[in-house]
Every structure is written in C-alpha cells, then in structure tokens.
Design a protein around this ligand. Sequence first.
Ligand code: HMG
Ligand code: MG
Length: 298
Amino acid sequence: TVAPEIRIYEVGPRDGLQNESKFVPTDIKVELISKIVAAGIKNVESASFVSPKWVKQMSDSVDVMKNIQRVPGVNYPVLVPNLKGYETAKQCNVEEIAIFPAGSEGFSQKNLNCSVEEGLRRFKQVADEAVRDGLRVRGYISCVVGCPYDGPIHPKNIAKITEQWIAMGCYEVSLGDTMGVGTAGSVRRLLHEILTVAKPEQLALHFHDTYGQGLSNLLAGLELGIKTVDSSISGLGGCPYARGASGNLATEDLVYFLYGLGVNTDVDLVKIIEAGRYISNFLGKPTESKVNRVISDR
Ligand code: HMG
Ligand code: MG
C-alpha cells in the first residue's frame, strides 16, 4: 500500500536548470521558485554552490538565495560539493544542504573529479560541520542502479553508502537513478537491499525519466513505503556529467499521478502547470511533462 501523504521535493531550480545551456537570469530563477512555492510545494532545492567552472548555470546561486522571498514553512535546500561551497551556503543562511556522492567510480571521477572513497571523505567533512552547525543534511547517492561509465551497480554498494550517511546524521538519503536506466524490477531489488539498513521514512526517490520508467519505478518504491519523491518542474533536468541522461520525473505528472492514487499532496495542479509553462516558455522549448502538454494544448 501507498502512504496517504507523500512529500514532494522539487529539484527543478537546481537539477532542472543545471543542464540547460541557455543562462537563466537570476530574476527568472527567483520567480520560478516563487511560482513553485505558490503552487503548494514545501521543499524546493533552489541553488547549488558547486564550482562555477564546472556548472556555469549555477554561478548566481548566492544572488538566487539572497533574492528569494522565503515563505515560512517552506524548505529551500541547496547542493554543496565541498567545504568551500558549505561556507558560501552558510553565508546565505540556508537551513538545509544536500551532499551528493556517487555510487560508482566512473561517475564520481566525471562529476566530482575524485574517487568514490575520496568523495565520501570530503562529503563527510561537510556533513560533520553542518550537523555541528545545526543544519539539516540530505544525502544523495548518484547512479544507484546503473552508471554511464561502469554499467550496472550492485545494490549492496548503495546500501553500504546509505548506512554510512544515516549514521553520519543525514535525515534522508535520496536514491538517484541519475541515468534513468532503472526499471520497476531493478528498483525493487535495490530497495529490498536498502530497507535492510534504513527505514522507508529515511529514503527519497530521485528518478530521471530517460527510458520513460519514472512513474512505474516510483510506484514500485511507494509500494515499499517510501514517502518522499523528488521531481522537477516541466520534467527538466539531467546532470551535465551524465551524458545521455534526461530530465527528472516531471512534477506536473507526479501530482496528477498522486491524485489518481488518492494521495494528499496539497499541490494545486493548475498552478504547478503554470509554473512549468513559465520556465519552458523562457527556455523556448516544449515541456517534457505529458500532463502539462495535454492541458496546455486544450
Ligand atoms: P576540482 O576542479 O577538482 O576542484 O573540482 P578544485 O578544488 O581544484 O577547484 C577548481 C576551481 O573551482 C578552483 O578555482 C576553486 O576555487 C573553484 P580556481 O582556483 O581555479 O580559480 N571551486 C569552487 N568555487 C565555488 N564554489 C565551490 C568551489 N569548489 C571549487 N564550492 C568540484 C571539484 C567538486 C568543485 C567540482 O567537480 C564540482 O563543482 N562538481 C560539481 C558538478 C555538479 O554540480 N554536478 C551536478 C550536480 S550532481 C547531480 O546532478 C546528481 C543528483 O541530481 C542526483 C542524481 O541525479 O543522481 C544530485
Ligand atoms: Mg538528478
């Protein structure tokens, strides 16, 4: 059975935009975040304090964080790759950070320029500081099912990192199918392993939809009791260092899907569709959300 309430964690302003080559000005990013929040979403990953040499699109993250009108009760986490990024995040008074080690060697080298082991060591430094400072820490793990460089990844490797992250103080571990290669079968096998070391409420599902498996993978996870889902407005997203990966599960499609299951999300479908249209119009490309496409065409 699926939980009666699901927490949506919106990653569009970060995961969604980081892969776009057209630079999105700060005021458009800020307006997008505000529209997503106005639609009822309570968790919006809003920025990323990574190296601007690596991801130029996120180079105005300080300005984004300074300009958003923070609504009480809404969580605006940011991605942090190292202590340098953490210092910047602190200057912006963030309450939650997300760290993002890889589950595979090949992707770790491409995305973080270091080994999995070294990545875990660096992220542990960041997490230790953040926990000491009283911030919430969310731990992603990338390439939980398959890696564009190393192929399939064994669930035991991911369970081991999950266990470490929880012991270190992450309130939640988000399982990233970065490439979107998972299927309901591989996701189920992965979760069976992970649920031997973590409770369902400590996990989130972060599915890219490259192979169109996002919603069925999600259902497999929800049926095992997971209550948090990452999605991206308009289905934007992808990692510049995971060549061939497409966007995340679209928030509009997720909201429609959850309505169908009778799950309470407190999100206004019309308003979230408007937010999706706002950003796809700016980017000048069709939305990746099927629900948005159908409704916009009416
Ligand atoms: P590096 O080149 O090995 O590090 O990159 P470095 O320490 O040599 O730094 C290089 C330059 O960047 C230096 O500048 C640093 O000061 C600067 P220079 O001395 O040459 O002028 N720098 C920074 N500047 C601002 N903020 C910082 C920062 N750090 C260094 N925090 C590094 C290592 C980790 C920095 C780099 O590899 C990096 O930024 N990687 C991030 C790549 C990225 O953002 N990928 C996308 C996000 S992950 C994702 O999308 C997956 C996820 O969605 C889950 C899923 O789908 O599975 C989360
Ligand atoms: Mg992602």
